[in-house]
Design a protein around this ligand. Structure first.
Ligand SMILES: Cc1ncc(COP(=O)(O)O)c(C=O)c1O
Length: 380
């Protein structure tokens, strides 16, 4: 069994997460990768592949599609066909390819904020306008801004694609089936494609249920590009490897054309890792989810005792969204870094009153971070 409590020294690992604060006493709790050892079957699969000694361009192992198809059927009752699957190197490139494939010049995208930063960049990257609507936080949590979506689609016929993030990073929410049904019906009504990033779909807690948007109806499948990957769940961020599921043949062809020259072939090492993750790591995942859920509860209990910080209820992802506006800070990121904790500033996601905290780390590290935050707020 993986020892999730074990603290690894990642200071010399050339990782984006740990290099940022190299040589400083700042705990990195920002970018979404976990400080846990990736599952052994994945490490072994990569080693075995590397031992072949020739690191070539890859084709997916014959078993990979069927393992993924069976997984979707088992987890969601979703019948993905072999021909619906396009393997790609990353979800972020795929968001951009989807835009390139289906949104023309003088047309536009829409997304709800606060949102994972690369969503905010898709418009600029592809020279199309991005409309933004704000998700609202009410007494019972965050809500998808359905009215604002309807208003924008009605008033701006140039909007051709909705970029959806479900589970919703950074607010840690899984969209309800009823919300997704409404989203699909609006997109259908206004002729808008849906590109749905579901990379966090397996990181759900308690009795939260993930609904792949494309599985809601034949209509939903027809207008959507769904993006999934084993990389978040099994901590393979640096290895890459993801899957676009595109039921509509014309859309799939356009996506593959948009992909040309923009995305390196998936390597044999990556395919080996994807197969091992999806096929051989269920027990690891169960243990991980329990550990993350306990971390979430621990963090919530600590944050709820700090005046001026309010933590959201995290249904999914391992990212907490901390409302720090009551602290009245000019530069929240600097404040927390000075306290010895490196968080992601909410401004990066268009939620400037918030900070995002990655709690996928050993409990002792999380406890240390909470102590540092508590002390800094007390001495403010
Ligand atoms: C919602 C979301 N999409 C995509 C990614 C990154 O995907 P990839 O590394 O496959 O480009 C992340 C990473 O944090 C994420 O949170």
């Amino acid at each position: 069994m993986t020892d999730f409590d074990k603290v690894y020294d990642r200071s010399a690992s050339n990782s984006v997460k740990w290099d940022k604060y190299q040589g400083q006493d700042i705990l990195p709790m920002w970018v979404a990768d976990m400080d846990f050892r990736s599952p052994s079957p994945v490490i072994d699969a990569i080693k075995e592949k590397a031992e072949e000694g020739i690191l070539s361009y890859g084709n997916p192992p014959p078993e990979l599609s069927s393992v993924f198809i069976n997984r979707m059927e088992r987890m969601y009752g979703w019948q993905v066909r072999d021909e619906d699957i396009v393997f790609i190197n990353g979800v972020v490139p795929a968001l951009n390819m989807a835009c390139r494939a289906l949104v023309g010049k003088n047309e536009a995208l829409i997304t709800a904020t606060p949102i994972y930063t690369p969503f905010l960049e898709v418009g600029e990257n592809n020279d199309v306008k991005l409309f933004k609507i704000k998700a609202e936080e009410g007494a019972d949590g965050w809500k998808y801004p359905l009215e604002a979506l309807e208003g924008s689609l009605r008033n701006h016929p140039e909007i051709k694609m909705l970029l959806l993030c479900n589970p919703f990073n950074p607010i840690g929410r899984s969209l309800r089936k009823i919300e997704l049904i409404k989203i699909v019906s609006l997109c259908k009504q206004y002729d808008v494609w849906i590109c749905s990033d579901e990379i966090h779909c397996e990181l759900v807690f308690d009795d939260t249920v993930h609904f792949p948007v494309a599985n809601l109806s034949a209509e939903a499948a027809d207008i959507s590009i769904s993006l999934m990957a084993p990389t978040k769940t099994f901590n393979l961020a640096g290895v890459g490897g993801s899957i676009a599921i595109i039921n509509n043949q014309e859309v799939r062809e356009k996506f593959c054309i948009a992909k040309r020259g923009m995305c390196a072939r998936v390597s044999t090492l990556t395919f080996a890792a994807m197969l091992a993750a999806y096929r051989d790591c269920e027990a690891w995942k169960e243990d991980l989810l329990q550990y993350l859920q306990d971390n979430r509860d621990y963090l919530l209990s600590r944050m709820s005792k700090i005046d001026g910080i309010r933590m959201n209820h995290v249904e999914s992802t391992y990212l907490a969204w901390l409302d720090v506006r009551s602290l009245g800070l000019n530069d929240p990121q600097h404040f927390f870094e000075s306290a010895g904790v490196g968080l992601s500033p909410g401004s990066q996601y268009e939620g400037p009153e918030y900070m995002r905290l990655n709690f996928a780390c050993p409990r002792s590290v999380l406890a240390d971070a909470c102590d540092r935050i508590e002390k800094a707020v007390r001495n403010q």
